[in-house]
Design a protein around this ligand. Structure first.
Ligand code: DGP
Length: 112
């Protein structure tokens, strides 16, 4: 999707503060964190929302969820963290490229 911000990040056309990458997934710090630690896990291929996922995406979704606690612990959230997937306009989704928010640890820090 040529006008998708997250696709541009995947393609290296926009910068990000990367914390993880493999063949299928990318994770980076949220630009507007609402906690001290706030990372986003995205699939590299464009899927608009969780509601667009099909049975063929089962493994990908599992990989995204399994990555969440690993990144949380790596960022010091070893006593707990939150996950969030906003889905659709009325679900509060602003970027229409599937992503899991992983956050916790108190007040946010600026990442300009
Ligand atoms: P959501 O409301 O679930 O679609 O959350 C989208 C999140 O994406 C929001 O917390 C801010 C973050 N975000 C938007 N644009 C960028 C960007 O260009 N870079 C980074 N790192 N995060 C972004």
């Amino acid at each position: 999707m040529s006008d998708c911000i997250f696709c541009k990040i995947v393609a290296g056309q926009l910068p990000c503060s990367k914390v993880y990458e493999d063949d299928e997934l990318l994770a980076f710090h949220d630009i507007h964190p609402f906690a001290r630690v706030h990372v986003l896990i995205i699939p590299k291929r464009h899927i608009e929302t969780l509601a667009d996922c099909l049975p063929e995406h089962e493994k990908l979704l599992g990989s995204m969820l399994l990555l969440a606690p690993r990144l949380a612990v790596e960022h010091g959230l070893d006593t707990g963290f939150k996950t969030l997937i906003n889905t659709g306009r009325d679900g509060g989704q602003e970027v229409f490229h599937l992503h899991v928010h992983v956050f916790g640890g108190g007040n946010p820090v600026d990442r300009n």
